[in-house]
Design a protein around this ligand. Structure first.
Ligand code: AMP
Length: 191
């Protein structure tokens, strides 16, 4: 198995690049944001609980997200690998993910970290809000709260993987194709 993490702040292009990466490498996309939004659409208890945090731009509690990703991994036996998008977002999630993958004998091979300036992030998210239908993309206060959560709780996750020499930084500004090529170069160097 070849497991990757696509890392970066909200609006750094993880969703767009994930679509392209899973097509090229044939791995399974697991986005905790998408999984949570699906829970909300189906009005499950987990979805209703998560929504309270998401509407404020805050992270959903670790145990909720870890349980969800654990079931998703179990439901996808036999895949070539996973592309984790928007997960892990805290050090506790990173440690839990390592334990889950240890059971499968399939550690994280690489974390690709997209780098984008904060002003560009806000601009992109406001623009995405015009069409995405996501309430957390339309309000600048919520957008800034999400970026603050990233800075306070999520950025440290890169340090966790850096100690194992698994992090590669890729420029997240420029054309979608150029960014994609930057990501593929790093993946191909590790494959
Ligand atoms: P995203 O689609 O990745 O931007 O996530 C949207 C929202 O879902 C975030 O602002 C969080 O409230 C929540 N969320 C997604 N992934 C996680 C995670 N790994 N841990 C905690 N909260 C998450």
């Amino acid at each position: 198995m070849f497991n990757l993490i696509l890392f970066g702040p909200p609006g750094s292009g993880k969703g767009t690049q994930s679509e392209k990466l899973i097509n090229k490498y044939g791995i399974k996309h697991l986005s905790t944001g998408d999984l949570l939004r699906s829970e909300i659409t189906h009005q499950t208890a987990l979805g209703l609980e998560a929504k309270k945090f998401m509407d404020k731009g805050q992270l959903v509690p670790d145990e909720v997200v870890i349980g969800m990703i654990s079931s998703a991994i179990d439901q996808n036996e036999g895949v070539k690998g996973f592309l984790f998008d928007g997960f892990p977002r805290t050090s506790a999630q990173a440690e839990a993910l390592d334990k889950l993958l240890e059971l499968k004998n399939a550690p994280i091979a690489l974390m690709l970290a997209l780098e984008v300036s904060e002003e560009e992030l806000v601009k992109r998210l406001m623009k995405r809000g015009e069409t995405s239908g996501r309430s957390d993309d339309t309000n600048e206060t919520i957008i800034r709260a999400r970026i603050t959560e990233y800075r306070n709780k999520t950025a440290a996750v890169a340090d966790y993987y850096r100690q194992f020499d698994k992090v590669k930084i890729v420029k997240g500004e420029g054309s979608i194709e150029d960014i994609f090529n930057g990501l593929c170069n790093e993946i191909d160097a590790r494959l």
